[in-house]
Design a protein around this ligand. Structure first.
Ligand code: PMP
Length: 306
């Protein structure tokens, strides 16, 4: 849980005090994990890539054949209102689509579909003492969910058992987070972020076969184009990470963070590299809404602009 909870949670169209919000224990989502969610951030005055996150929420629901009883516009507006109502200087926003408890079983039809939006102050997901310091990752014994077992492009509640197992194993071994491999043994992603390496000035990232298609990953694609940095998607092996010049991970919660070590091997000189730094700096301008080319990526929140 974040550093500071919000005061209000939007549930099916009404704001409920944080402590009064509840879900029935026999909700199909509580029982089996059949639900979808998003995670996005608001900064000083605006929400970053609101429309893209809402789009992915609807895509996740479509993949699982869940019908969301609101329009995208309704949920965009509800997220703006949730940020306004909670009035935090910066927040993490968590919309979730979940099933009711009308029927218990795998049938999972004729169930009411609910939506909630919670907001809290998350702060730094993995704090480091200076921006030049990176995080330490370990390759997990848990592989990333297989494309024929679950549907990787959906940000589905139940999928996160995979991430939690990998994350907990990594923490117990003294790492900050886990890296997961795909069924073929290539690097897929971290427990809740996408992976990039830099070698001889070129940026590489795993293909999108078994990863969650990160919106921050997509932002980095645009940043590389703007900065004239070549970016290639390809299969990446574990030892390729060890001998890369720089490495970083991307995600809404973690933003863009340098990686100092993988499995106890230093990446480059063990500090944030110059390409990582220039991509991070560009990202900071984008999330602050200071780059007019990308104004459609920021949604201003009226109350924060008062
Ligand atoms: N992979 C996984 C498994 C995630 O949970 C996340 C966080 N949503 C990401 C990657 C990064 O996605 P995004 O940049 O859209 O936050």
């Amino acid at each position: 849980m974040g550093t500071k909870p919000g005061s209000w949670i939007w549930m099916d169209g009404a704001f409920i005090p944080w402590d009064k919000a509840s879900i029935h224990p026999l909700s199909n989502t509580v029982q089996y994990g059949m639900g979808v969610f998003e995670g996005l951030r608001s900064y000083e005055k605006n929400i970053f890539r609101l429309h893209d996150h809402t789009e992915r929420l609807f895509q996740s629901a479509h993949i699982l054949n869940i019908k969301i009883p609101y329009s995208k516009q309704d949920l965009n507006q509800a997220q703006i209102e949730a940020v306004e109502k909670n009035n935090l200087p910066a927040s993490y926003i968590r919309p979730m689509v979940y099933y009711g408890s009308e029927y218990l079983g795998l049938h999972a039809s004729d169930l009411k579909t609910h939506v909630m939006i919670a907001v809290w102050d998350m702060g730094d997901y993995i704090p480091v003492s200076s921006p030049d310091e990176g995080i330490k990752l370990g390759v997990s014994s848990h592989s990333r969910i297989h494309i024929n077992s679950l549907l990787c492009k959906a940000k589905a509640c139940g999928h996160y058992i995979n991430s939690i197992l990998a994350y907990k194993e990594a923490k117990a071994a003294g790492f900050d987070d886990a890296l997961m491999t795909d069924a073929a043994g290539c690097i897929a992603e971290a427990s809740s972020s996408n992976v990039f390496i830099v070698k001889k000035g070129v940026v590489y990232t795993p293909t999108d076969v078994s990863i969650l298609n990160g919106i921050t990953r997509d932002t980095v694609f645009s940043i590389c184009k703007e900065l004239g940095i070549q970016l290639i998607t390809k299969n990446i092996t574990r030892d390729e990470l060890y001998i890369s010049d720089e490495m970083f991970v991307t995600g809404t919660a973690i933003e863009i963070k340098a990686v100092a070590e993988v499995d106890g091997r230093k990446i480059g000189n063990g500090l944030r590299g110059p390409i990582t730094k220039s991509i991070q700096n560009f990202y900071q301008e984008l999330i602050a809404g200071r780059n007019p080319t990308y104004s459609s990526w920021v949604t201003s929140v009226p109350r924060l602009n008062d």
